[in-house]
Design a protein. Sequence first.
Length: 374
Amino acid sequence: MKNISIKSLLEEMKRKAEELENAKVKIAVSGQSGSGKSSIINTIIGKKVAKVGSVETTLDIQSYNHNGLEFYDLPGCGTKKFPIETYIEDCELLTFDAFIIVTSNRFYENDEWLIKEMVNAGRSVYVVRTKMDEAIVNEKRDNDLEIEEVYTKVKNNIRESTKDINVKGVYLISSVDGVKNDFEKLLNNIEINLDGIKKARFLLDVTPYSRKVLMAKREAVGKIISYSAAASAANGLNPIIGIDVSVDLSILINLSKKISDIFGINEDEINYATKKYGLDGKYVIIGKQFAGKFIAKEGIILLLKRFGTTVASKSFFKYIPLAGQAIAAGIGYKMTYSFGGELLDEAYDLADSILEAAKEKTSNHFYENNTIKY
């Protein structure tokens, strides 16, 4: 009966883990060519996946996946290939969980029509005005307006265009800088308007843009570690000859890669953040050290030895009936849980230090010589 209870518990944990793993959040990003859609997608994901250019780069629907996050960069509404009459059907817009419409200047009649149609269809619509760095410089030069005056002017103009439409919000951001302005507010509101498993999936995959998100990631990862530890314990309970520590190493390596992606501390995302925000190159080095410690097989084995359990001890006890299986299960659980805990602490601390460095760097650039620099 006891074994049945353990098996049932493991199966339930596995079901929940698979449900989270398979969850998808579909986000449509629409706007005219050159409005900054690709930059927004790259910033939300935390690495360069979408092509960015000053010429037409979205002639067709482009999709970009980052684990459970699916972005669809849509061509502007009302083109010859995507006429307004069939735009919603052609782009399958009613299948999306969130809809971001982007402009770098002003909204056109087709944009306003699309916003209204999507809101009337019950979809969450987020209106984004990009390239605010350029707007601030231009308004200072042409009209002697200060930063807050520019924000107010631009936001009032957009609200006037959408005054009769119940959008989720108007967000002013720079296409280059994803730390300042309303970027954090935009992502917070997308998360708030998602339900259940989609909310959890969004928080796991979105770039760690705030300490609140880092804490949410930490809590979710704790549950992932618990399941991985239970899976290691199940290897100990499983009487099949030949299952040894190599199975556990596979679990640990997969756990490491998953947590690295969740906190954005893999090579691609650290390089992206370092280049985007002009961070110290030390973060690239620290990231490589992290991978060597937690992802490389040799580094993991060193950690397991430090946790006080050798590969030989587990292999030995697995061949002792009953008691040996229980001991092996306990060893597998303890090793995985201890490994996961140390991995989580270091991943969180590294992601937090990169976040704070990015915020400080962009804040300093913003006010340097009274010129907006990104």
